[in-house]
Design a binder for this molecule. Structure first.
Ligand SMILES: NC(=O)C1=CN([C@@H]2O[C@H](COP(=O)(O)OP(=O)(O)OC[C@H]3O[C@@H](n4cnc5c(N)ncnc54)[C@H](OP(=O)(O)O)[C@@H]3O)[C@@H](O)[C@H]2O)[C@@H](O)CC1
Ligand SMILES: Nc1ncnc2c1ncn2[C@@H]1O[C@H](COP(=O)(O)OP(=O)(O)O)[C@@H](O)[C@H]1O
Ligand SMILES: [K+]
Length: 466
């Protein structure tokens, strides 16, 4: 569980935000006291009177840990600090000096039912030594509940790669803002529930976790065309196009058309079918005045006809979603092709498709932003779905149901996005709305669902946004 709509800051950006607070006259001690008090408030609730082992490292994460230990002791709990080297300077050293309770070495610390992990936070620069990682892992495994201060110790803050962090942390209190490691990669399985503590650091960030969108209830003047006409292009695998079309229908589109060489098929009857003979025919159809958004790629195929359909789609001056086979066809020329297009375009690659289209360096957020420099809004899917716009805005949905890893759920997302952009909106906002609805529908569907059943949950997910 990740706090929705929360800012995400890199380690450097967090330090800059912290400096601004110091420049306004807040002392380092005051900020550390706030951080420790915020973590202690959560820790007391979870400890429920059990004895606590506070792990304290040599840096500021350790400084926070000594504050937590003091508060928990004042609350009447039995607290033991296990230190890996005492802090030598600054606020952390002063917090260490204020700790009057028992302290032991990290090595040889006893297992206790509650562990507070304050060894390392955003200052980790290299993999933990094996001996530290092993002790940490053992103490966490032996505990009934572990709460990490800012991050589980041994995470790369900006990429979410684990650098020795233990498994089994139940909750993490993110200080001041989320960091990429709370929402990316290994962080998804290492942080447990992520709680966010406001410690009075003003944070500005173009990067945020996805929040529940606000949808509009149709009014007396609404008609089917004003709610968006979405055209879904069907190809070699008709089921995929139909899933996308049904997802658009079940998420608020006023009118959905399925266009392809042979668009007949099972219900729903409300889906309007249009036979397309060739790419010229498709271009004429898509250019029609009424069409607000085009979805192209699910089940399209990769043959010459599919290529021609893709060219026709790219040439149309309408908001466009490219998914699946369309992305495979774009391949390594994706960035150039997308940059050449003037009308808005969204692409929805999974990790494999993304890697076939873009090189890129850095974290998943960095690489998705680099891809969005092509002018497309990029929805880089996975357990951590990263949405990046050409304007530099980023939205991340972390921790969606892993049951989504079933064929056709990507087609559903493409249709959902078609419905969102058919109703207006640009860049990351409609993409974040589509990804939220997709994730919520998956929660509602529970375990072991298949893509059709995900579509069935979309009206319920929409009802939560009204
Ligand atoms: N920024 C904010 O807004 C606020 C930040 N606050 C808190 O500060 C935390 C960041 O503190 P920080 O910068 O002192 O770094 P931290 O995580 O304690 O680690 C540095 C120490 O660990 C060591 N070390 C590193 N890697 C290692 C390894 N692999 N193996 C072994 N050692 C390793 C490193 O040693 P060195 O690399 O110098 O040898 C250094 O001694 C942040 O997460 C939050 O809790 C709050 O108090 C207030 C608001
Ligand atoms: N382990 C997972 N946890 C959360 N979401 C996942 C996971 N695996 C896949 N998903 C989501 O499921 C969808 C799968 O899309 P995709 O791979 O394109 O499937 P398909 O092409 O079969 O429709 C994406 O929205 C992705 O984010
Ligand atoms: K920590």
């Amino acid at each position: 569980m990740i706090p929705p709509g929360a800012p995400i800051l890199t380690a450097d950006a967090m330090r800059t935000a912290e400096e601004a607070v110091f420049a306004r006259g807040v002392s380092q001690d005051e900020l550390m006291e706030r951080a420790g008090a915020a973590v202690a408030r959560e820790a007391v609730r979870f400890a429920m009177g059990r004895s606590v082992l506070v792990l304290a490292g040599p840096g500021n994460n350790g400084g926070d840990a000594y504050v937590v230990a003091r508060h928990l002791r004042e609350a009447g709990l039995d607290v033991l600090v296990a230190a890996s080297g005492a802090p030598k300077q600054g606020a952390a050293e002063r917090m260490h000096a204020r700790w009057k309770g028992p302290t032991t070495s990290l090595y040889g610390a006893p297992v206790r039912p509650v562990v507070i992990d304050g060894l390392f936070g955003i200052g980790v620069t290299r993999s933990l030594e094996r001996s530290i990682a092993a002790v940490l892992s053992e103490l966490v495994r032996g505990a009934e509940f572990t709460l990490a201060i800012d991050l589980p110790s041994g995470m790369d803050t900006d990429s979410g790669d684990e650098l020795g962090a233990p498994r089994g942390v139940n909750a993490t209190v993110a200080l001041g803002a989320l960091k990429p490691a709370h929402v990316l990669g290994d962080g998804l399985s290492r942080c447990g529930h992520v709680l966010l503590a406001d410690i009075g650091i003003p944070v500005e960030s173009a990067w945020r976790s996805v929040a529940r969108p606000q949808m509009e209830t149709p009014g007396p003047r609404t008609h089917k065309y004003s709610r968006g006409l979405v055209a879904v292009v069907e190809g070699a695998m008709p089921g995929a196009g139909r899933l996308a079309a049904r997802a658009a229908m079940a998420s608020g589109a006023g009118y959905v058309m399925l266009a392809g060489p042979d668009p007949a098929g099972p219900a729903p009857d409300a889906l309007v079918r249009r036979t397309i003979d060739d790419a010229d025919d498709l271009a004429d159809f898509l250019a029609g005045d009424r069409i607000d958004a085009v979805v192209l790629g699910p089940g399209l195929g990769r043959d010459r006809r599919a290529e021609a359909f893709l060219r026709a789609g790219l040439a149309v001056d309408k908001p466009l979603v490219l998914d699946g086979d369309a992305l495979s066809l774009l391949g390594t020329s994706a960035a150039a092709t997308l940059a050449a297009r003037e009308a808005p375009v969204w692409i929805t690659p999974h990790g494999g498709e993304f890697d076939r289209m873009f090189a890129g360096t850095g974290s998943k957020i960095d690489r998705t932003l680099q891809a969005a420099a092509s002018g497309a809004t990029v929805v880089h899917k996975g357990g951590d779905t990263v949405i990046a716009g050409p304007d530099g805005r980023v939205r991340v949905l972390a921790g969606a149901s892993p049951w989504l890893s079933t064929a056709g759920t990507g087609d559903v997302l493409a249709g959902l996005l078609g419905a969102q952009i058919g109703q207006g909106g640009s860049g990351v906002d409609p993409a974040a709305a589509a990804v939220w609805l997709h994730g919520r529908a998956a929660q509602l569907a529970g375990p072991a669902f298949f893509a059709d059943q995900l579509v069935a949950q979309l009206p319920e997910a929409c009802s939560e946004c009204l």
